[in-house]
Design a protein around this ligand. Structure first.
Ligand SMILES: *Cc1c(COP(=O)(O)O)cnc(C)c1O
Length: 380
């Protein structure tokens, strides 16, 4: 037997109390019990998203909510700006293309970010732009993009800001209302410590204004119809009842820890991970502000990062992630979001030392672990 560890940047480990909550006997969704469950979840989601608006859940992975964001706020032939600096930025472009929306990329090399000033300039050049689409945490490169700066740039225009926060909600500070973010997209299987299967959209008044004039087709992912149900503490279609039960537990856990403490914990775990990785002489893939959700590491010279993943898996029964698309072979990614503590990071780093050694790299055993422990020993 080899104990299994899930250390990928999503899906993430699910705490046992959440697993138990989800193991309860099925209840029907048109009942008083479901209504009471949803009332609690509805209020908790607003606090987590830092918004007075309703958060609308869908039964899908995160990409479903990304598609809902596009299909409900835009029309065929509309122009939008997309922050393209990773695979998830490209996903926004692909969704736009599928719906006949003209996506103008505002790009940076993978591993970097786009400063807000470039969006201010691009919005000036494209006054017809109806939206700006971006990731908060670009999970393919491990970069955290500048939501506040870009929100300030879009706020001054008729365009709405749509932020994919799938790998930042409950991980990095994101204040939807205070920062002027118009549409936040999230999912269940990253910071929310749940199985995949729930996604979320929250919309500002400005975004609902876009919804009113959107002419793109939608049926299952119809935000207006779904919001009508939410406003009555119901679901339009059969919801993922078990995951909603788990979500109630997760929201209680986050409130018990305190959202600010949750964010601080992630920042600290990320700092320790980076410190450990660098202590082994490896380079971070992120050249801009690193995400607190995951650490993307450039494969050491002479190694294919797929060998690193394979060794983590074969020798230690640990799942991490590799590079997506053109980054395949060049980067490996360690997740530290959600149900993660100090000793998970130390495990990932200790295993990294062993993996590198197994792959014939010179390793100063203990160096990564020591560097991370020093970060943990700092007074916060
Ligand atoms: C995980 C993730 C998604 C959603 O992917 P799904 O596989 O559809 O859940 C979207 N954006 C980012 C940044 C992610 O990390």
């Amino acid at each position: 037997m080899k104990k299994y560890y899930l250390m990928a940047p999503g899906p993430t480990p699910v705490p046992s109390n959440v697993l138990l909550a989800m193991a309860q006997p099925m209840i029907h969704h048109r009942t008083r019990e479901y209504e009471a469950l949803f009332i609690e979840v509805r209020a908790g989601l607003k606090r987590l998203f830092r918004t007075d608006q309703d958060v609308i859940p869908f039964t899908s992975s995160g990409t479903g909510a990304m598609e809902a964001a596009v299909a409900n706020t835009l029309s065929s032939g509309d122009t939008v700006l997309v922050l393209r600096a990773g695979k998830f930025g490209e996903r926004w472009e692909e969704i736009c293309r599928a719906y006949g929306v003209r996506a103008i990329p505002v790009s940076a090399p993978f591993g970097e970010t786009v400063p807000a000033e470039r969006f201010a300039k691009a919005l000036g050049e494209h006054p017809e732009a109806r939206a700006v689409l971006m990731q908060h945490s670009e999970s393919s490169t491990g970069v955290l993009h500048d939501v506040t700066g870009i929100a300030a740039a879009t706020g001054a225009t008729g365009a709405i800001l749509i932020v994919d926060a799938v790998s930042s909600l409950g991980i990095a500070d994101l204040q939807m209302d205070a920062w002027g973010v118009d549409l936040v997209v999230a999912g269940s299987q990253k910071g929310l410590m749940l199985p995949p299967g729930l996604s979320f959209c929250a919309l500002s008044e400005k975004a609902w204004g876009h919804v009113k004039v959107s002419r793109l087709p939608k049926y299952y992912f119809d935000l207006t119809a779904e919001w009508k149900a939410v406003s009555k503490n119901e679901a339009h279609f059969t919801p993922a009842v078990s995951i909603v039960l788990g979500l109630r537990e997760v929201l209680r856990m986050i409130e018990a820890e305190g959202l600010q403490n949750v964010l601080k914990r992630h920042e600290r775990l990320a700092r320790a991970t980076r410190s450990g990785v660098e202590a082994l002489g490896l380079d971070l893939f992120a050249k801009a502000t690193p995400s607190p959700a995951l650490t993307a590491v450039a494969a050491p010279r002479g190694l294919d990062s797929e060998q690193v993943l394979a060794a983590y898996s074969a020798s230690h029964n640990i799942t991490i992630a590799g590079g997506q698309g053109e980054m395949k072979g060049k980067v490996f990614r360690l997740g530290h979001m959600g149900y993660v503590g100090d000793f998970d990071v130390l495990t990932a780093l200790a295993a990294l030392e062993q993996v590198l050694h197994e792959l014939g790299q010179p390793v100063d055993f203990g160096a990564a672990v020591r560097a991370a422990q020093k970060v943990f020993a700092e007074r916060s």
